[in-house]
Design a protein around this ligand. Sequence first.
Ligand SMILES: [Zn+2]
Ligand SMILES: [Zn+2]
Length: 348
Amino acid sequence: MMHAVVIHAPRDLRIDPVDVADPGRGEVRVRLAVGGICGSDLHYYQDGGFGTVRIKQPMILGHEVAGTVVVVGPEVTTVAVGDRVAINPSKPCGRCRYCIAGQRQQCLDMRFFGSAQRFPHVQGAFRDEMVIDAAQAVRVGPGTSLQEAACAEPLSVALHAVTRAGSLIGKRVLVTGTGTIGCLTILAARHAGAAEVVVTDISGAALATARKVGASRTLNVATDPQALADFSADKGYFDVAFECSGNGHVVSGLPAVVRAGGLVMLVGLGNDTPLPLSLLVTKEIALHGSNRFDAEFAWATELLARRAVDVRPLLTGAFPMERAVKAFDVAADRSRSMKVQLIFNGQA
Ligand SMILES: [Zn+2]
Ligand SMILES: [Zn+2]
């Protein structure tokens, strides 16, 4: 009997029996090994959703997963039985105007694993086995740990943000919010050649991890709320600010510390907030959003596979699927957790 981690209502997370189908044409069946708990999974668990996105029926959580191919359907040529794969949770339609224009992350008919954005919800990947399109399975070599491979999805989010920012070679970068996405953005910005990466957060533990993954300077804005003030001299210090906290108050402070002609890249989702728009006008600052990823997934998987980006300092805990409730509670505690992962089928 197969099992899955299913959210029924806020604080009602269960291990339920589920079926698994045989793969059809172009599909494969994967035995999951590792699944990272994301901020969105935590929102479903703690609050039943976020913003207007709410669970309206039981939903299997999870979209940061890796495993091993166990059955291949007809006409599959890209992966074989026994291949270890990172799973791309994103399934754009391929036919809408955005897909055709190459903006597949904006697909009008997106099916993203473990998301209540559409109804019926798209079931997620925290389960023993599941059937996916072969195109969603990206091979990693035998030398790559599946715990690292399961970070391909959040790393893709960071790579997409960094790519949208243009060249970072020699640039001064600010990252606000050093949760998983913030820390992966530090790694991605360093990989892209950033000269300096200053970061802010309200958690000392998160900032300590940020230092391990390449932050040149960490500022705790809980203990020192004015820590960024010095960076507003001469019309601002940073070439690019990546906003990963989702905190409106943090966002509104960015136009002061980004240099004239610089860029604010919004990655974190959060509260709507009043912005000092006059500063954006007079300093000619660009304000961009960055949403999920597309082609970056294969790139992320490749960077992880040869450890060009080392995410191991972010992996702070692993629990068997049966202990999902414990894992979610630990994941929610920022004083001790960064990326907490579930382990399926006793593998890692
Ligand atoms: Zn995620
Ligand atoms: Zn589409």
